[in-house]
Design a protein around this ligand. Structure first.
Ligand SMILES: [Zn+2]
Length: 251
């Protein structure tokens, strides 16, 4: 529900009846449309959601310079992700983007992308923490929840509802818009804590040095002073999170 309709709805709910009848009828019609879009978004199947994420992945990979398997970053990633094509039932797909940004992201289809700038700053185990954290976002369905919200609220809803249950082929501009809303929006603190807890579990399960959860977040906290870490725009509060991980280590 957009803000305008929300305000109207609140007014209706509280019994305020001073709204002019014409405007009332128009907005009521919009509310019905919003309700229909909501139902449509909820009826998008998991297979179609995966298809939309796959389209976003292909779009981002085409927009960025992907490190080839024989490049230093490609070789290092292959070493760090060996045995991780499937983790606890989730199919994962890893690549490195050659860009100085300190960043990484995940999508609900198992896409995980690391930026070479992050790899250059972090030790192997610290990168494993980032991988575990991004896998945690996938496991927890965080981006799946976001794409459902984006489809309810954006212009995409008309595209998607028009295709009658089949995944639509989205235009580049729509994929860019979806990427911004679903991937570049900041995760909530509770999502971050959940992904960090899963990262700690990931490190312990695979017998990596779990102290790297703390040192990676301390490093991000230091880097945040210089504004150099774009991961922080989507993954907030490294200091508080480092303290949480420190406590878990001691437990
Ligand atoms: Zn995160």
């Amino acid at each position: 529900m957009n803000r305008r309709n929300f305000i109207l709805f609140s007014a209706l709910a509280s019994g305020v009846s001073s709204i002019a009848s014409v405007a009332w009828a128009l907005d009521f019609g919009k509310m019905m449309d919003a309700g229909k879009a909501l139902a449509d978004a909820e009826s998008v199947s998991d297979a179609d959601l995966k298809n939309y994420f796959d389209q976003m992945t292909a779009h981002e990979d085409a927009q960025n310079k992907v490190a080839g398997p024989s490049t230093p970053h490609g070789k290092r990633l292959a070493k760090l992700t060996s045995g991780l094509a499937n983790y606890k039932g989730l199919d994962l797909d890893f690549k490195v983007y050659q860009t100085p940004e300190i960043n990484a992201f995940a999508m609900a289809n198992g896409t995980i992308r690391l930026y070479s700038g992050l790899m250059d700053e972090f030790t192997d185990d610290e990168i494993r923490y980032v991988i575990g954290h991004e896998v945690g976002h996938v496991q927890s369905g965080h981006t799946k929840a976001r794409i459902q919200t984006a489809m309810r609220t954006s212009a995409l809803r008309s595209v998607i509802s028009a295709t009658d249950g089949e995944a639509a082929k989205l235009a580049d501009s729509q994929l860019g818009d979806l990427f911004e809303k679903v991937i570049l929006a900041q995760h909530s603190q509770s999502n971050e804590r959940e992904a960090d807890d899963r990262a700690m579990d990931f490190m312990k399960t695979l017998k990596y040095d779990s102290k790297a959860c703390v040192t990676a977040l301390d490093k991000l906290d230091k880097l945040s002073g210089g504004g150099g870490a774009s991961w922080l725009s989507t993954h907030p509060s490294p200091k508080e999170r480092a303290d949480r991980m420190r406590t878990q280590l001691a437990a």
